[in-house]
Design a protein around this ligand. Structure first.
Ligand code: FMN
Length: 191
């Protein structure tokens, strides 16, 4: 499948601010979520879920982010608070990948976390395959308990990423990738 390999070999991230509308259609969002939920999952626990932010809902979430920011930094400049309001409105669509990893009698929590990472990566690749650009980011608000509460995350849930999706401005310049010789070794003997 050379086209599939080309897609995998050409994917790269765009800045959230570079991603323009119109957003993916509902059918495209469903495709992206369907691909994202088809990942290896030891124990079939579905240790992840998705939250879609689109349209005005992006601004409502931004309002909360700005409020928390203002409470953390009471002396913040109005411009900086305004920027926080736009955090989830830079791209036309944001999908949060939420890890639901929790202690389990058989399946290590680490493996559940890895499955959430796989879901986020598949989500990014599905967006790319549909011709969209994506940016998998977390930023400070992914780690703020007040923001997480407002977004409806349970105490044990974590944000694996806020994946920003939209139309890319054009072909992206690549960045250097790690040389295979530095990251892949062949095991030959027990030391
Ligand atoms: C879990 C996770 C969180 C990330 N959070 C951020 C972030 O908050 N800000 C950022 O600039 N890049 C973040 N990145 C990195 C970008 O997704 C991206 O990998 C980077 O910009 C390099 O681009 P590339 O995907 O083309 O290699 C994160 C990556 C991962 C896996």
């Amino acid at each position: 499948m050379p086209e599939a390999l080309d897609l995998l070999k050409t994917r790269r991230s765009f800045k959230a601010i570079e991603l323009a509308g119109p957003p993916p259609t509902q059918a495209e969002i469903d495709t992206i979520l369907t691909v994202a939920s088809r990942v290896p999952d030891h124990g079939k626990l579905t240790p992840w879920r998705f939250i879609v932010f689109e349209g005005e809902a992006r601004r409502a979430a931004g309002e909360v982010i700005a409020e928390v920011f203002q409470a953390k930094y009471p002396d913040a400049k109005p411009d900086n608070v305004d920027y926080e309001r736009t955090r989830l409105a830079r791209a036309p669509l944001v999908i949060a990948v939420v890890s639901r990893a929790a202690p389990h009698v058989k399946i290590p929590e680490w493996e559940q976390v890895l499955s959430a990472g796989a879901a986020a990566m598949s989500l990014v690749l599905a967006a790319h395959a549909l011709g969209f650009g994506a940016s998998w980011i977390t930023e400070w608000y992914a780690y703020d308990r007040r923001v997480l509460d407002a977004l409806g995350l349970a105490p044990h849930e974590k944000i694996a990423g806020f994946v920003h999706i939209g139309r890319p401005p054009g072909p992206a310049e690549d960045r250097p990738r790690p040389p295979l010789a530095e990251i892949a070794t062949r095991f030959d003997q027990v030391s």
